[in-house]
Design a protein around this ligand. Sequence first.
Ligand code: ATP
Length: 191
Amino acid sequence: MLKVGITGGIGSGKSTVAQVFETIGIPVYYADLEAKNLINNSEEIRIQIKQLLGEGAYSQEGYNKRYVAQKVFKNKELLLQLNEIVHPAVRAHFNSWASSQQNTPYVLKEAAVVENKEGIDYLIYVHASKETRLNRTLSRDIQRSKDEVMGIIEKQKSPEEFRALADFEIKNEDQLLIEQVLQIHKKLIFS
Ligand code: ATP
């Protein structure tokens, strides 16, 4: 099964683009959502995260995001170790999901964090300017402050870094998405 990634910075429109692909029948795996499911429901991951960060990582209500965020916020090494627990589990889950998909020329994996193209045949980068991303994110996530979103934007990859990894780019500023999606779709089905 051909595997295609969709990535881009916060508020660039990854999910929106993924939904356009869904309307033409392509199955999409939303990696952040699935990671949350695994963190909350996989016993194996729960054990490993507790070993890394302490019992407080989970409470009666489940995963304690606040506690975890405080632990890893200023500790890059811990954050890396946490990712080393979660990312391989998501990759394995995606692979088994992908192999269960039938009657489709390819599947999509929507993910904000892409370090390399491991396990992915092609990568689509969704681009929008910083200003657009900031405005869209603030309108969508009313609880977030401008400083918080700018902080996230500055920590994420630059357009040049995304482009160095990507095979296709979708411009999500004022351009129509459907036409760009159909162009990439055609290239993918003939690849
Ligand atoms: P995140 O990284 O935070 O998950 P994302 O890259 O998946 O974000 P979306 O959630 O798809 O981005 O888009 C961010 C917001 O911008 C959403 O509210 C979405 O409806 C809106 N949006 C996306 N594309 C457009 C567009 N072309 N025109 C207007 N609004 C848009």
